[in-house]
Every structure is written in structure tokens, then in C-alpha cells.
Design a protein around this ligand. Structure first.
Ligand code: HEC
Ligand code: HEC
Length: 397
């Protein structure tokens, strides 16, 4: 079956990287006539999510280490490995006549990676009470060969301590909840936010030096879909309130539970108002200067969930960067979104520009046209019917 195309779709960024560079997926793009969004229908997401999750070893052919892990977490875990080592899938997997043959163990690197997974689990079990403190990235830092010897820097080391060894006074950090209040006020305040319940944005997305038209539809409380128009079909990222999904040329891919938790944040229409309730604890840290704005970093944490990092403009109070994480069995996949070009529309401030970055790439969306409180059908956010199973799929792809 057409499995090898799914791995690209780990997010819009990857989908774009593939679609634009063109190459690799071409061979297996079957036209996708069978599964297009406008065949009118009900959401399949609810039922898909309700089914007992398949385990990795049930869905894939040659799983030896990741047994007992939900199958939907295999691709996110593979993305984590790929980013941690700074490699491509083909570093460990072989390409056959018809595409990638992920189940084959022909490459020594794949066999090593299995041992490394076992080693990582053992390190954490034996030393960190089973918490996943050490990951592939802890040692590899984006390279296949970890560096074992300290590096001699070209620059003079920076000394934290002032003259005479006196430590510089620690900055007084503002209260995180007050910063979040300031953020809510900066976007217009809760009352103004509540007066808007839908938003349609049109603009351009740039990635890899290409510009393509894009539309983003959002509806309160938590629905969102972005549709990128590519020469060979639409590329879609969406969240229907429960289920996130991606589609490329009509082939849909449902997001994993961990990915759902991450994209739910983007889909929250009243995020500035809701954020305080999303995490149990917030702390303030010194931020960074992002695009000329000095920021405070507010970190939201809840037991058992990955943290959320919000960089808030010291002056305006607006959100300039958000970093969220999706858990995988091996580590967390980060996504960073930078917001810019805030403008006022119907009493609320919204970013007209944002850049989404992942270890595998980045893209920027510049909005040119915004309409709010227009009617958007709920059905617009529903995923298309699932792709055909291997049995009923026409041959020849
Ligand atoms: C550093 C090596 C490495 C890289 C890079 C890597 N993988 Fe894997 N992959 C593995 C190992 C090891 C397994 C087997 C895991 C096990 O036995 O539990 C595996 C298994 C798989 C499987 C299951 C195959 C089957 O049927 O048993 C798929 C699918 C897969 N990888 C996809 C990918 C994709 C997609 C990428 C790129 C985003 C990727 N892998 C990158 C090492 C790697
Ligand atoms: C505790 C540190 C540590 C962790 C954690 C770790 N590695 Fe490694 N890994 C190494 C070292 C050191 C080497 C190089 C060994 C050598 O040079 O012979 C290596 C080598 C490898 C290689 C072979 C590279 C080559 O050039 O042949 C692969 C593949 C690999 N690691 C994958 C992984 C994956 C996947 C994970 C996470 C599941 C991981 N490693 C976690 C330390 C680590």
C-alpha cells in the first residue's frame, strides 16, 4: 500500500517540504481521486479515535523494541530520532523499487538504532527512576556521531560574575499570572475577544523560497483549518475540535493523541483568555530578544503533559513566540511559532504574520485579508473519508 507517503506528513512543514521540492513523493501520488474532502460527509475522526488503538507491532512488520507502543506514535518517534541525529529516514531505511521499505533491517545504522533505544531506556530506568531524562538528543545533539571531548571555543568565555567575583544581581521576574493578564489585555481583553467567533484569513505561505496562496478558517471555540493551494492539489492541516488531521492531494492522515494535544493549542480561538486554565502552574524566566522585542518567558506546566513556553513582549505584552511539544516514545518533538505584524481587527489584535518552525524546516504565513464573524460551516473542519484499504484500492499505484 501507499504507506511511504504518510511519513512525510508529520506536519504541514514536512508536507510542504515534500510537496515543493517535488521529488520523492511523485512516484506514488495516485491522483487521490478516491478520497477528496468534498464528498460531503460526516466525520470519520470520532469513530477512528474510539477504536482500540493498534499497537506498533500489529500495524508494522518488524517491530522489536517499540512493542506495546501505540502504532500512531511510530512516525512521531521516527521524526524525533531523525531530528536528534540530524539525518534523513534513509540514513537507517532502504529504498526499494516501489518506495521506502521501512521493515527491512539491511542498514547497520538501523540495527544500531535499536540497540541505542534499549540503551536509552536502560539509562533512564537505572539512573533517572524511569523518567525520560536522557534521549537520543542528549548525546547526539543533531549529529550521528556524538562529540565526547569538550570543544575549545574561538571566543573568550563569558563570565557571569562581575568584577571581584561578585555575582550580578538576579533580575526581578514579574509574576507569570500578571504577564498572562497583560497579554489578554493587549489583544483586546476578554469581552472584545468574545465578540468575535470566527475568522477567515487569506494570504501567502512561503517555504523553501516558494510562495503559495493559503486560507485559514477558524471558528470558536476550537476549530481550525488551513488550506494551502499547491499546483498539484491542496495541502491541509486541520483540527475539528477533537481530532487533528492532515491531507495532501486528498490523502488524509489522522494525528496521534499527542499531536492532537499540541495542535489543540493553535485551534483555541480564545487562547489568550483560556491559557491560564490550560496548565496548573506558570513560572516566569528571563526571555530572549526575538525580532527586536525583549521578552519574558512564561512556562506553563501540568503533571503528565509537556510544558508550553510563551515569550511575551516586555513592552506590549503580546505573544511573540510559542513553543509547544508533542510527546513520542523516545522524546518530545518541538514546534516553534513566532507571531508578528499584530494589527487590530474588530477590537482584537491578531498577528498577520507567523512563522512555524520544526527541526525539519519552517514556513511563514503572511495574511493580507481578514474577515471576522462570517459564517463558517462546522463541516468545513471535518476530515475527508479515510483512504481506501489495500483490498479495495485500485491497483497500479
Ligand atoms: C537512526 C535510525 C532511524 C532513522 C533515522 C529512522 N528510523 Fe525508522 N526505524 C528505526 C528502527 C530501529 C526501527 C525499528 C524499531 C523497532 O524494532 O522497534 C524503525 C522502524 C520504522 C518503521 C516500522 C517499519 C516496520 O514495518 O516494521 C517505520 C514505518 C519507520 N521506521 C519509518 C521511519 C521514517 C518515516 C523515518 C524518517 C522520518 C525513519 N523511520 C527514520 C530506525 C530509524
Ligand atoms: C548516552 C549517549 C547516547 C544516547 C542516549 C544515544 N546514543 Fe546513539 N550513539 C552514541 C555514541 C557515543 C555513538 C558512537 C559510537 C561509535 O562511534 O562507535 C552512537 C552512535 C549511534 C549510531 C551509529 C552512528 C554511526 O555513525 O554509525 C546511531 C544510528 C545512533 N547512535 C542512534 C541513536 C538513537 C536512535 C538514539 C535514541 C534512541 C541514540 N542513538 C541515543 C551515544 C548515544
Amino acid at each position: 500500500m501507499n504507506r511511504n507517503r504518510w511519513f512525510w506528513i508529520g506536519g504541514l512543514a514536512l508536507a510542504i517540504a515534500l510537496a515543493i521540492t517535488g521529488a520523492r513523493a511523485q512516484s506514488n501520488s495516485g491522483g487521490g481521486a478516491a478520497g477528496h474532502a468534498d464528498s460531503g460527509g460526516s466525520s470519520t475522526a470520532g469513530s477512528a479515535a474510539a477504536d482500540a488503538p493498534k499497537m506498533a507491532e500489529e500495524q508494522f512488520k518488524n517491530i522489536k523494541v517499540l512493542k506495546g507502543v501505540p502504532a500512531e506514535q511510530v512516525f512521531p518517534a521516527m521524526q524525533f530520532i531523525t531530528a536528534s541525529l540530524g539525518v534523513e529516514c534513509e540514513y537507517c531505511h532502504v529504498r526499494g523499487e516501489k518506495g521506502m521499505e521501512f521493515e527491512k533491517d539491511d542498514k547497520k545504522t538501523k540495527q544500531t538504532a535499536r540497540k541505542m533505544m534499549e540503551m536509552m531506556f536502560a539509562i533512564n530506568k537505572d539512573n533517572f527512576e524511569g523518567h525520560r531524562d536522557v534521549t537520543c538528543y542528549s548525546c547526539h545533539r543533531g549529529a550521528a556521531d556524538p562529540v565526547a571531548t569538550p570543544i575549545i571555543s574561538d571566543e573568550e568565555p563569558k563570565h557571569e560574575a562581575g568584577p571581584g567575583g561578585v555575582e550580578a544581581a538576579k533580575p526581578v521576574l514579574p509574576d507569570a499570572n500578571q504577564l498572562l493578564d497583560k497579554y489578554l489585555a493587549a489583544v483586546g481583553g476578554a469581552a472584545a475577544l468574545q465578540k468575535v467567533s470566527s475568522r477567515v484569513e487569506k494570504g501567502e505561505i512561503s517555504a523553501n523560497g516558494h510562495d503559495l496562496p493559503i486560507e485559514v478558517y477558524a471558528k470558536a471555540p476550537d476549530k481550525r483549518i488551513s488550506i494551502m493551494h499547491m499546483p498539484n492539489g491542496d495541502s491541509i492541516t486541520a483540527f475539528d475540535g477533537k481530532q487533528g488531521w492532515l491531507s495532501n492531494g486528498g490523502h488524509a492522515h489522522m494525528m496521534s493523541a499527542a499531536e492532537n494535544d499540541a495542535v489543540r493549542i493553535d485551534a483555541d480561538f480564545y487562547f489568550a483568555q483560556h491559557v491560564k486554565a490550560l496548565y496548573t502552574k506558570f513560572t516566569t524566566l528571563p526571555g530572549e530578544t526575538i525580532d527586536g522585542h525583549d521578552t519574558w518567558l512564561v512556562v506553563g506546566r501540568s503533571e503528565g503533559h509537556p510544558p508550553l513556553r510563551l515569550y511575551l513582549d516586555k513592552e506590549s505584552g503580546l505573544l511573540v513566540r510559542l513553543i509547544r511539544y508533542a510527546e513520542t516514545p523516545l522524546g518530545r518533538n518541538p514546534t516553534q511559532i513566532d507571531y508578528a505584524d499584530y494589527r487590530e481587527a474588530d477590537g482584537v489584535k491578531i498577528p498577520y504574520k507567523w512563522t512555524l518552525a520544526r527541526p525539519g524546516g519552517r514556513f511563514t504565513i503572511q495574511v493580507t485579508d481578514v474577515q471576522q464573524n462570517v459564517s463558517v460551516e462546522d463541516a468545513k473542519f471535518n476530515p475527508p473519508p479515510m483512504p481506501p484499504t489495500p483490498e479495495n484500492k485500485p491497483a497500479g499505484h
